[in-house]
Structure formats: structure tokens, C-alpha cells
Write a protein that binds this ligand. Sequence first.
Ligand code: SF4
Ligand code: SF4
Length: 132
Amino acid sequence: MTFYDNGVNFECQRCGNCCTCSGYVFIFQKDLDLILEKTNYTMEELEQRYLSKMDDYVVLRDQANGACIFWDDIIKGCKIYQARPTQCSTFPFWNAVLSDEESWENNKDFCPGVGKGKHYTFEEIEELRKKI
Ligand code: SF4
Ligand code: SF4
């Protein structure tokens, strides 16, 4: 039994908090494959300008102001939205956020999309949660 047995609502409000806060965006092979398939970036460009290493992991670089390298401050959106990494496309349906209702509710301070808009069923939430 979970607090989201009957589903929850979430719809991104494009506030940009999750793209401009500090923290790593981890990149896995499936993420790279998607970026290469859906954008015009080459692997060489990605390695030279957009990717970095953190221990054994590949992560996205930050801009000087700490925002994600793919955050566009003019359009207030992600430059690779259609190919955004799994970590981004599954937020806020992460284990840590879904651990209990309090955690989900507390996340509203950071993510104004929590509790709004589209209804996600238990099954849809579980599918997203297991992707990351
Ligand atoms: S914090 Fe939430 S509402 Fe804001 S951009 Fe990220 S997903 Fe969208
Ligand atoms: S890749 Fe896009 S969606 Fe993910 S943190 Fe960066 S700007 Fe945001």
C-alpha cells in the first residue's frame, strides 16, 4: 500500500528549479543514445562541451551560474527537452520523493508542479519510478 495507490497529479509549471539548482544530472548510455538520435549534437561535441565525469559516472556540465548546461535562460526551458535525460523526464517520480506522502508534499516547495494538472495512475507512476 502506498500513498499514491489512487494516483497523484503532476504537471510541470516550467519554473526551472530542477534545471537551475545545484546537483548532478547523471547520463547513462540510453540517455546518450536518445540525445544523439533526437538532436544535432555529435558525440564529439557532447564530450567537449556538455559532458563531464564524476567518479565513474558521466554527468552534465553546469553553466557558470550553476544551471544545467542545457538550460536556456531566454526561453526558460531545456534545449534538449525532447531528448532530456531519464533523470529529468522521470522527475518528480523518484524513489526519494515517493518514499512517503510527507516527502511528496514537501517537494511542493521545490516543484510547483507537484499536485497540479495531469493525473498519473499508480501503474504510470511505478513505470516512471522504475526507469531511474
Ligand atoms: S521544478 Fe517542477 S515545475 Fe519546476 S521545472 Fe522542474 S518539474 Fe517543472
Ligand atoms: S537536461 Fe534539460 S531538463 Fe535536464 S536538468 Fe538540464 S535543462 Fe533541465
